[in-house]
Design a protein around this ligand. Structure first.
Ligand SMILES: Nc1ncnc2c1ncn2[C@@H]1O[C@H](COP(=O)(O)OP(=O)(O)OP(=O)(O)O)[C@@H](O)[C@H]1O
Length: 318
């Protein structure tokens, strides 16, 4: 899948050949610096990015391609089969409608339930996400809920139609730490109960380590490394993943200064000809500046886009 935006006559390649798969019940973490393309990836999958960008390639969903699908058919899948939750719940909640009405609308759009059954299901969903006095709270508006409770409401609405895939765009970043853990646990528990696949965008490698089965590391609109979480985090093979791992405070010896990958990511209108990470990479060799390394299988289930990948010993970040 590729996604390009156009600004003042210039093509900005936000995603280039992004490819991964998620099975039912699997949690895939999508990590990378700010601007690497994580949100655009989710928006391209669910069909939001096509409204303001050019999405090409394929997104295979149950034997069909979502990229070429007409808007009308895609709307049948959005929310019903694939749902998305955002960092800031107010982007998806309507401040003018009660929570009950918003749940009801979702159920009306995506299920055949009767009015009475929809109301019961709305109460059930609020109970399921841990909102006390669910029946009474159906009458409340989003602003009458705390940040954490609003996030729960958003999850209830997203999952009301029992989708098979959940796209979660940093769903806990705006919350304080204890609430973050509760909301993540809730998402993962529901995902497990509903046998749902999850793509979880996060900045937090600790969250990836604790919650994901597989991880894809993005840099400048491409996946540079992907594979099972244990392997990627313990023995990162792409120099950028090694840098990300070294930036996690828990991986540093006590009293050492915080590490960050030197330099800044390239801007989309000035991507290097070869590997986009080459200007920041200590392991860069001549070919890195000339050609773009393809994402290649290096061991079972493990892919890296690098001409000079780190060896297991060098990359041992544990
Ligand atoms: N509508 C748009 N028009 C032009 N460029 C865009 C648009 N949306 C996103 N971009 C660009 O695409 C790139 C990827 O953005 P994206 O939001 O996916 O990054 P991200 O990895 O999710 O970052 P963050 O962690 O900060 O949310 C950025 O350079 C961003 O400026």
């Amino acid at each position: 899948m590729c996604t390009t935006f156009h600004r003042t006559g210039q093509a900005l390649p936000a995603l280039r050949d992004v490819s991964f798969s998620v099975s039912q019940g699997e949690v895939l973490g999508l990590v990378g610096e700010s601007g690497s393309g994580k949100s655009v990836t989710l928006r391209s999958i669910i069909g939001l990015a096509r409204r303001y960008g050019n999405v090409t390639g394929q997104v295979r969903w149950q034997g069909r391609d979502l990229v070429g699908m007409p808007d009308r058919a895609l709307r049948q899948i959005q929310g019903r089969e694939i749902a998305m939750i955002f960092q800031e719940p107010m982007t998806s909640l309507n401040p003018l409608l009660t929570v009950g009405l918003q749940l009801e609308e979702t159920l009306h759009a995506h299920t055949d339930l009767s009015k009475v059954a929809r109301r019961d299901r709305a109460i059930e969903m609020l109970n399921l996400v841990g909102i006390p006095s669910a029946k009474q709270r159906l009458k409340d508006y989003p602003h009458q809920f705390s940040g954490g409770m609003r996030q729960r409401v958003m999850i209830a609405i997203a999952l009301a139609a029992t989708p098979k895939l959940l796209l979660a765009d940093e769903p806990t970043t705006a919350l304080d730490v204890t609430i973050q853990a509760q909301i993540l646990d809730l998402i993962l528990q529901l995902a497990q109960d509903m046998d749902m696949g999850v793509v979880l965008v996060t900045h937090d490698l600790g969250v990836v380590a604790q919650t994901c089965d597989n991880v894809a590391v993005m840099y400048a609109g491409r996946i540079v490394e992907q594979g099972p979480v244990r392997g990627v985090l313990k023995h990162p093979r792409h120099p950028y993943t090694v840098g990300l791992m070294r930036s996690v405070p828990e991986n540093l010896p006590p009293r050492t200064s915080l590490y960050s990958v030197p330099g800044v990511p390239p801007s989309l209108d000035a991507l290097p000809r070869g590997c986009a990470f080459a200007p920041r990479c200590a392991a860069c060799v001549a070919s890195c500046e000339q050609d773009r390394p393809p994402l290649s299988l290096i061991t079972e289930g493990r892919q890296v886009a690098c001409f000079n990948p780190v060896t297991n010993e060098q990359g041992n970040a544990a």
